[in-house]
Structures are given as structure tokens and as C-alpha cells.
Design a protein. Structure first.
Lengths: 632, 293
């Protein structure tokens, strides 16, 4: 963070000026608590617009909502017009812009959690505390509960997140939540069933072939020394001795492609930025993992945070960046805390900052939290979010390597992509390229959830078939039969039990008309009402659309409405399917970004592969863990 | 005789609808199409504002591009092969107009938008397919008109969220920043901070937002009141060009007069001085003209 240590009074004067230039909300003053929290978040930093999100987080965390007074204080400090700051605050699901109880329990009712009874839990919470979003009855306005999209704890479904404003203990996740766990969380904020790490291959007998997960469960994630004892920081030292050009060549030769979903060659991205004469360059690590069913990056960040810090340092030095932003989704408090700790350890050791390892290179990392917006995983939305703007995607071209964060050349990489770089440096690019398949080198993390016997994070070389991976996870739970697999998340596609021979590679899934996406493998057994899953996916996109472009803003709404009618089976099916197909085409062809372009993908695949009768009537079937007789 | 060198302008050659065309470098596909006489529908585009490419109605098909591209903001590139009337283009344009028509009240929209709906066969009613399951009626942006001052009203039931008013209020014209897009997705709206009424906001009543609004969501209060009373009659109005008498800038005003009363003031978007933008005096300060004894 750029600090102004020389002239503290300067910024006081700047602030005094903005009171004149800005039209603040008349009569709204920040409370002492709000002022203290916001000032602490902005302490010592130059008051610039890009600090808007951290300042809003500070106010939200202290009092549980963004009050007009708090907004005024933030606007005065950062010289941001209140209308724009309100536009930003109201964009994010984790910020409340109307007074809300300080304790909010976000209960995930998304697709993976639905297979584990989330809808039943929500119904029970409604009976106990009243409707979602209302003050929980009997608690004197101290708490509320709300429904939440995927929290990235799909292997520990059903999950929830407790937001505890004004408390030192902060936010915390609830895993494998029972109704009693949730009631306790609402009533007292206590988390009785905290989240765990579920990576079955790291348990005894441990899979010796693990690469990305090799330190998970072995090295202490809070200790830099332990990280080093398990091979950490060897790659950075090697990179510093090799120099940027040779590192770049290794990454190019490794044929590594991005693991965030788009599968773009990492080396080409790095090269484009490294060669760009415009300065400064920025590195952005996209840790805004929000694709329903995805939790791989969370596990790495929680269990091996130094690996990401080391990989980012290598990427930054190689591409000529002196500052890297690590943008992590707001719903990951545990990973955020561990990364913050790892960054400060590395800084103390002299392995972040100036003169890294005494070799003269400069690179530092700023950790930024998202605030509940799936769209911010889209790279250009992420830039806007970092810059203190609404997280709306930009039109491409220009691409980030030419014009990215702060309109400068920017490398954006996913967490898993970056961590692969450590292996590439350890063993050499060609060795990495030789692993996996010719089209997909290396290993891949797969997020197995839904109706699997052993849900969790799995690492496997590219080329393993879908069926083999499901077997690795113990097959379908409770001896039920497999109805469908969602591959790649809500933006992915459904595949049928007839397609289990599909090799899990970028080229193999593409040939089968599917996508690997972020590595989501979500299983649905024969009891799950598919129509209900499709409606939940459609409502996810409707909820997460930023609202900027018409095809997505209105299209996702109309898609959800048409699906409701189709699944209920009350109107003419051909007509509804015609509408749904028309909407799919305009969203795919004319939306600005990947969200709209894939918002119909899963729905389309299901309508093509599964008989319509399997969508509707099953809703009435009471059997199965997902008790969802009526769509919400 | 001395030769006067022409300024050197680099050009690019591309193909649009099968016809080769050469345009200056940096020309957008929309302008290239306009130069060829190809009529391209637009909603969020305006000559006097930075393109935001959000409505997606001006999309064209560029060979080699996976998705359609917004012509308003995409510069022409050498060798591009562009189709402006392919099935995919026609489909997207029709659907965008249908989606707008199905969610927004377009009764006072620019005639061009309504003509484009007809041209592309947009039938917004096909999304009104009767009974909804557990969802009530089809979602629209229907809401009460905001009347909180004497100069203009905001009827967001008519808002297509084209961002034009936000741009005009911001760096494209007024630099007042009284309004911004708030909320997200289908619930996104144009708003002041916490929906504060305009008199408590930063608004300076320049009315430049009204000047760029394509649907009448932002409207002079005079016009709004006359429409309510059923006396608004555009065909009976006379438009007179004049120069604003207030200061030395010399903005061109177009006075819209009905029954010998000024009912609305605009300025031409292509005017050198104003680019369509005015200040509160030129826009609203005309009462003295009709201060009859």
C-alpha cells in the first residue's frame, strides 16, 4: 500500500477541501464507531477512490450496514460523490444499505447445498425466525438470516456464513449445518460446526503423486518456516537466479493454461505484459472464486497460503510488476485471515517488498476482499471493483494485457494457475508439458460435491475420465443411481450417466460439447428434482447479473420465469422452450461478458439431454434429501 | 502556386455486408455503417456521449469473433468482415428490443426506437405468457413517478438503463455526479444516494439528463403535467431556434412552443457550442419571456 508518511497534514487539508466540492447527504453524520472504523481502514493511505471497497467493508463490519452518515464520511475522506459511492455499496450482496441487524446468517440454498437439504433448513428457519431478511423474531433486532448463493463450501453442504458486525471474532462459516447449528448461529452468533478441509487424497493412506495438494494437511499454513521445510521458496530463489526471461521461457514451454475457466495460455499472457512498454504493470490474482460448486482455490489459500504468495511473487517479478492485488471473495474469512498472515510473514522476512531475498527485485501484495458479487470473478469487473467502481464488466477488446487495472497492462491469473508455476520452476517447463495430455498439461483440481459418497477436493492428472473421478470419490452416496452430473459449475453443462467415459481434459470435454470450467463435478442422484436445480441455476444468474447489458439483465429474468412455467407444466411446453431457446441465443451472442454468455448453458444442456418429464413431475416426489416440493 | 499538403490520415479497409469500404483509422463500425447508408438501431448511443455499449441493439457480426460485437464502440480493423443483417444480428436486435419492451413502458420513447421494433419484428407481448408459478406477474420496472421538484420528473417505469443521464451528469457534460446506477441486475436503477429527493442531492438542474433521455423517463414537469391533463400535442408545437440571452457563451436554444407558451427547451446535439447540453438558465429560465401583463 502506498503510504504518505511525510506529510500527514496534507491529506487533512485535502479532506477539508472536499467538503466544499462534494455535496454530501444533508444532516447525516457518522457515529463515533463508524468514523473510527473507516479511519482505521484508511489509516496512512493516500485517500484515493480505489479504497472505497475497504472503507465500505470497515463500516459494514462495525455496525452491520452502510448508513448515510458512514457513506458521507467515506465520501469526504476519498473525494467520491455520494451517488457513486451508493451505487457501489448497493452493488454488493454483503453490504446492506438499509439498517440491518448486526448479525446476519447467510444460509446457502444453492445447487450443491440443495441436494443436502438446504431448502428444508430455510423453511424451518422461516418457521422459527420469520421470513429471510426480516429481523429474526424474539431476538430484539440483534440478528437476521438471509438466503445466499453458493458459499464455496459445497463439499461440506449444507453451509452458512455468519456475518458478525461489531465483534472482534468477525465472520465465520458453518459447515454440515444442522437446523440446531443454524438456530444457534442466529441466536448467539456461535459457530458449533466450523468448516473443515476435505481432500480425501491427503488423508491416510496419502496419495504420493499429489502435486498441487502436496502440502495440504502436512505443512502448518501459519508457519513460513514449516512451508520452507516442505519445499517452499525454492522456486522463488530459483526464479531470481534464472532471471525473468528464462522464467518466462519455462512457463511458455510448460504449455500451462489458465485454470479459472477460460483456459488461456498463461505464458502468452505473461509474455504480452512483460513485453509491454507501458508502465506500471500490475499483477492481479483472481481469488474471487464464486462459481457454484467451486472451492478449490479456497482450500489452497487456507491450507497452503504461502504457495500462492510465492507464486504471485514469481509472476510479478517475471512480468515487471511491482504491485500485485490478491482479490479474494468476501465469503472466505478463513482464507483471508491466513493469507493476510502469510503476506505479513513474507514481508517481515524480506521476501515481499523491496530487495526480495537480497536480489534487488521489488514486489508487494495487497489483499483485497470482494463483497458478494459473482460477476467480480470476471476479470474486467474485478478491475472495476478494485478501482472502487461498480463491478460491471468492460467491453473487450482492449484486453487486460494491454489495458487492465487502472488501464495499465495487467496479468490476471487464477489461484490454481499460479500455484502450478511452482512446479514448473521446480521440474522445468518441458517436464510439466509432458505430464497430463498433449492438449492439457499438468494436473487439475476437481471439486466433487452433491450426492457423492466422499465429496471433497481431488487432484488428478488431466486425462482421467469422469467415471474414474467419480469412483475416486466413492461413487454416488446411499447406493442411489446417478441421474446427472453438472460439469464446470452453473456456467457449465449437464452430462448424463452415458457420458462417464469422457476424458477430463480441455480438449476432451470440448469435443463432447461440455466444459471443464473451474473443475466442478457435481453429482445428482435419481431423487434430485432436476427442474428445481435448473430454476435455482436460472435464479442464480438473475441475481448475479450486474444489470449493465439488456440481454443479461432482462434475459436472465425471463429465462427464470419461463423455466418456472415449464417445470410447473401448466402452459404449452413448445412455446416455453421456444422462448428459452431464443433467450439463450441472445444472451450467448450479445451479452457483454461471460456471465450472460453462459447464463443459459446449463439449462440448455439439460433441456437437450433429459426428457422434459424428468423436470416437472419429480418436483412432487417427496423422497430424497432435497425436500423441495415447491420451487421457491 | 504553392501546394497545400493535406493532413495525413491513416485509413483501414474492411468489408461490410459484402462491400469493401475504406474509413479513417479509429472509425467505429457504427460510423462506418452510417457512412455506407446502413441504418443501425441504437438505444444507449448518442453522438454527444462516450459509448457505453450496454443496450447491445447495435451489435453486428464480425467474422472470426465468437460473439457479436457492439458497433458503437468497436473501431474498424483492417480486413474485418462485418455482417449487419445476418440471422444472428437480426435475432439479437429483435430480442433486445423485445426484452426492453417487455419490461419497460416505451409509450413516450423516441419514434426511432419504436420504428426499429417494427423493423425487426419485435413482439414484447410474447413474454406475457399468462399465469406465473409462485412468481406473480411478469417482472417489469413499473414504479411510481418521482415528482420532487418543479422543473422535471423522473418516471423510472420508462427507464431502459441506457446510462446516458449518468454520463451527462458526470464527466461527459456536467461533472455534477448527482446520479449513478444503483443496485444490481434487474433491480438496478438510476438513483441519487439512498434515493434522496433531488432537492437534497447534488443536482444543479441543468436538465442535460432530460436532453439525452431516449424514452421520456426524464421529462420537463411542464410536459409531464400537460400529458397528465391530456393537453400535450406535439404536432401543434412550433420549434424556434434562438440564442440564450443569459451569458456570453451563446448557446443555441430550441424553444418548443404550444399555444403560444414555451413547453420545453432543447439544444441540437450536433451544435458546436452546446453539443446539446445547457445550464439551468437556458434550460428552465424562460418564464420572463411569457411574463404577460
Amino acid at each position: 500500500m502506498s503510504k504518505n508518511s511525510t506529510c500527514p497534514s496534507l491529506w487533512a487539508r485535502v479532506e477539508a477541501c472536499t467538503d466544499v466540492d462534494l455535496h454530501l447527504i444533508p444532516g447525516a453524520t457518522a457515529s463515533h464507531d463508524e468514523r473510527e472504523a473507516i479511519d482505521a481502514a484508511l489509516d496512512g493511505a493516500r485517500p484515493e477512490r480505489h479504497l472505497l471497497l475497504p472503507a465500505l467493508h470497515a463500516a459494514q463490519a462495525r455496525v452491520g450496514w452502510i448508513s448515510p452518515g458512514a457513506l458521507n464520511h467515506i465520501c469526504a475522506r476519498l473525494s467520491v460523490p455520494p451517488a457513486e459511492a451508493y451505487g457501489v455499496a448497493s452493488f454488493y450482496a454483503m453490504f446492506a444499505t438499509t439498517a440491518r441487524a448486526p448479525r446476519t446468517v447467510h444460509v446457502c440454498d444453492d445447487i450443491a447445498c440443495r441436494t443436502q437439504g438446504a431448502e428444508g433448513l430455510c423453511q424451518a428457519l422461516t418457521d422459527k425466525f420469520g421470513a429471510a431478511g426480516e429481523d429474526a423474531s424474539g431476538l430484539g433486532g440483534a440478528a437476521t438470516w438471509v438466503r445466499s448463493p453458493c458459499l464455496g463450501l459445497c463439499e461440506q453442504a449444507p453451509a452458512a456464513l455468519v456475518q458478525r458486525a461489531g465483534e472482534a471474532r468477525g465472520d465465520e462459516a458453518v459447515a454440515f449445518a444442522s437446523l440446531d447449528d443454524l438456530i444457534l448461529a442466529v441466536e448467539s452468533g456461535t459457530v458449533r460446526s466450523p468448516q473443515q478441509t476435505l481432500a480425501p487424497q491427503t488423508e491416510s493412506p496419502r496419495d504420493p503423486a499429489l502435486r498441487l495438494l502436496r502440502r495440504v494437511g502436512v505443512a502448518d499454513p501459519s508457519s513460513l518456516d514449516d512451508y520452507r521445510a516442505h519445499g517452499g521458496y525454492v522456486a522463488l530463489r530459483k526464479a531470481l537466479s534464472m532471471g525473468p526471461e528464462r522464467v518466462l521461457r519455462e512457463v511458455l514451454e510448460s504449455t500451462l493454461v489458465g485454470r479459472g475457466g477460460a483456459a488461456f495460455p498463461t505464458g502468452r499472457k505473461w509474455e504480452a505484459v512483460a513485453r509491454n512498454p507501458m508502465r506500471p504493470h500490475y499483477l492481479v490474482c483472481n481469488a474471487d472464486e464464486s462459481e457454484p460448486g467451486t472451492f478449490k482455490d479456497r482450500v489452497i489459500m487456507e491450507e497452503d497460503p504461502f504457495a500462492l504468495i510465492e507464486a504471485m511473487t514469481i509472476a510479478g517479478i517475471t512480468t515487471g510488476c511491482e504491485l500485485g492485488y490478491l482479490y479474494i471473495r468476501g465469503e472466505y474469512p478463513k482464507a483471508t485471515a491466513r493469507l493476510a498472515h502469510a503476506i505479513s510473514q513474507a514481508r517481515t522476512r524480506g521476501w515481499l517488498g523491496d530487495n526480495i531475498m537480497g536480489e534487488g527485485a521489488t514486489f508487494d501484495i495487497e489483499l483485497r476482499r470482494g463483497a458478494g458479487a459473482y460477476i467480480c470473478g470476471e476479470e474486467t469487473s474485478l478491475f472495476n471493483s478494485l478501482e472502487g467502481l461498480r463491478g460491471e464488466p468492460r467491453n473487450k477488446p482492449p484486453f487486460p494485457v494491454h489495458e487492465g487495472l487502472f488501464h495499465k497492462p495487467t496479468v490476471v491469473n487464477n489461484v490454481e494457475t499460479l500455484v502450478n508455476v511452482l512446479d514448473i520452476l521446480a521440474h522445468g517447463g518441458p517436464t510439466f508439458a509432458a505430464s497430463g495430455t498433449p492438449g492439457s498439461s499438468g494436473t487439475k483440481l476437481f471439486c466433487v460435491s452433491g450426492c457423492a459418497t466422499r465429496p471433497g477436493l481431488y487432484e488428478a492428472p488431466f486425462g482421467i475420465t469422469l467415471g474414474e473421478l467419480i469412483t475416486l470419490a466413492g461413487g454416488v452416496a446411499d447406493g442411489r443411481s446417478l441421474q446427472a452430473v453438472l460439469l464446470g459449475g452453473a456456467a457449465g453443462v449437464f452430462v448424463t450417466p452415458d457420458e462417464l467415459e469422457m476424458p477430463l481434459t480441455f480438449e476432451g470435454t470440448k469435443a463432447a460439447g461440455a466444459t471443464l470450467g473451474s473443475g466442478v463435478i457435481m453429482l445428482f442422484d435419481d431423487r434430485v428434482p432436476l427442474g428445481d436445480v435448473l430454476i435455482r441455476i436460472a435464479s442464480f444468474f438473475r441475481d448475479e447479473s450486474c444489470g449493465q447489458c439488456v440481454p443479461c439483465r432482462v434475459g436472465t429474468m425471463r429465462q427464470e420465469e419461463a423455466l418456472h412455467r415449464l417445470v410447473a407444466g401448466r402452459t404449452n411446453r413448445e412455446g416455453e422452450i421456444g422462448l428459452i431457446n431464443d433467450l439463450a441465443m441472445v444472451m450467448r451472442d450479445a451479452s457483454i461478458c461471460g456471465l450472460g454468455q453462459t447464463a443459459a448453458s446449463a439449462v440448455q444442456s439439460a433441456l437437450q439431454k433429459f426428457p422434459l418429464d424428468s423436470l416437472g413431475p419429480r418436483l412432487a416426489t417427496p423422497a430424497g434429501p432435497a425436500k423441495t416440493p415447491e420451487a421457491h | 502556386m504553392e501546394a497545400v499538403p493535406l493532413p495525413f490520415v491513416r485509413t483501414v479497409e474492411l468489408t461490410i455486408d459484402g462491400q469493401a469500404v475504406r474509413v479513417p483509422e479509429g472509425t467505429t463500425l457504427l460510423h462506418a455503417c452510417q457512412a455506407m447508408g446502413i441504418d443501425t438501431p441504437t438505444v444507449c448511443y448518442s453522438e454527444n456521449l462516450t459509448p457505453v455499449n450496454v443496450c447491445r441493439v447495435c451489435v453486428v457480426e464480425v467474422e472470426g469473433s465468437r460473439v457479436l460485437v457492439p458497433s458503437c464502440s468497436r473501431p474498424a480493423e483492417p480486413g474485418m468482415v462485418v455482417h449487419t443483417d445476418s440471422d444472428r444480428v437480426r435475432h439479437s436486435r429483435r430480442l433486445v428490443l423485445e426484452l426492453l419492451g417487455s419490461s419497460v413502458d416505451l409509450s413516450t420513447a423516441e419514434p426511432k426506437m419504436l420504428a426499429d421494433m417494427e423493423r425487426y419484428g419485435a413482439v414484447p407481448e410474447r413474454f406475457d405468457t399468462g399465469e406465473m408459478t409462485g412468481h406473480g406477474a411478469k417482472a417489469t420496472v413499473q414504479q411510481p413517478v418521482k415528482v420532487d421538484n418543479n422543473l422535471y420528473v423522473r418516471d423510472y417505469s420508462k427507464c431502459v438503463l441506457c446510462y446516458k443521464c449518468v454520463e451527462a451528469c458526470g464527466t461527459d457534460a456536467q461533472n455534477t455526479f448527482a446520479i449513478a446506477v444503483a443496485g444490481r441486475g434487474f433491480n438496478a436503477t438510476i438513483a441519487t444516494e439512498f434515493e434522496t429527493p433531488l432537492p437534497d442531492s447534488a443536482c444543479v438542474y441543468c436538465g442535460n439528463c432530460i436532453g439525452v433521455c431516449p424514452t421520456g423517463a426524464l421529462m420537463f414537469k411542464t410536459e409531464h403535467d400537460m400529458r397528465e391533463a391530456g393537453t400535450w400535442n406535439e404536432s401543434a408545437q412550433k420549434v424556434t431556434d434562438t440564442i440564450c440571452p443569459y451569458c456570453g457563451v451563446g448557446c443555441t436554444l430550441q424553444l418548443h412552443v404550444q399555444d403560444n407558451s414555451i413547453v420545453r427547451v432543447t439544444s441540437p446535439h450536433d451544435h458546436d457550442v452546446t453539443e446539446g447540453h445547457l445550464c439551468i438558465k437556458g434550460r428552465f429560465g424562460w418564464q420572463f419571456v411569457q411574463n404577460r401583463p
